[in-house]
Ligand binder design. Structure first.
Ligand code: BG6
Ligand code: MG
Length: 219
């Protein structure tokens, strides 16, 4: 296994699709916008949007249409999608935390493992707040301060720095292709959850985090 013999001291979680199923809300909000624009968009295309910033996601969607938009129009469309998304995440409660995640967090804290969130979403703090998890992490990356999104390793390196753990002693957990690449490029152990094809480059592939010992056994 990569980083064999390493003692892992930090776990860095992606948010959307790992801690809660907001990946579905991102999809539904983009689908609503794409339908309004008469642009073909489905769940397969959506896999490429996971972990990717709002404007980059819009660019991927627009590739399937023949309309040309100015930068101003693109910002308007991205804002519109974000309005749909913000409406959807208003109803999030602690019950929307995915199975096993709370147990895993509690177990990691008991073992004094540092935990961080590395999400490129500008809505991450709102989502964490609605989940009741805002104070549960040692560090939450501020997406506004990240220059290069996933697959660039910057966001995971920033998280490692935030919890003061060397990257090689961190495990990153992601549901996106871009995110797994970012973790691998950061020199961390990568755990992929969700669609196995999407996370095929991960060191370890899990269906979900419902069994906390899948992660605890790595420590
Ligand atoms: C990522 C999601 O976490 O955040 C992407 O996987 C999303 O789908 C990105 O586009 C940006 O989110 P937001 O909330 O800033 O539009
Ligand atoms: Mg994700």
């Amino acid at each position: 296994m990569k980083n064999k013999g390493i003692k892992y001291k930090g776990i860095i979680f992606d948010l959307d699709g790992v801690i809660t199923d907001t990946a579905e809300y991102h999809y539904l909000a983009w689908k609503k916008l794409a339908d309004e624009l008469n642009i073909y968009f489905d769940r397969k295309i959506n896999e490429n949007l996971k972990g990717v910033s709002r404007l980059e996601s819009l660019e991927i969607i627009l590739k399937n249409g023949d309309k040309v938009f100015s930068d101003e129009e693109k910002h308007y469309l991205a804002d519109k999608k974000n309005d749909y998304y913000k409406e959807m995440i208003k109803k999030i409660t602690p019950q929307d935390i995915l199975p096993g995640v709370c147990d895993l967090i509690n177990n990691l804290k008991e073992r004094e493992i540092k935990i961080a969130v590395a999400s490129v979403s500008k809505n991450a703090k709102t989502v964490l707040d609605n989940l009741g998890l805002l104070d549960s992490f040692d560090y939450i990356v501020d997406a506004e301060k990240i220059k290069n999104g996933k697959p660039d390793p910057e966001i995971f390196l920033n998280a490692a720095d935030g919890i003061k753990v060397e990257p090689c002693c961190c495990i990153g957990i992601e549901d996106s292709k871009a995110g797994i690449e970012a973790i691998n490029r950061a020199g961390m152990l990568s755990v992929g959850v969700g669609n196995p094809e999407t996370v095929e480059e991960a060191d370890i592939i899990l269906k979900d985090l419902s069994n906390p010992s899948d992660i605890l056994n790595l420590i």
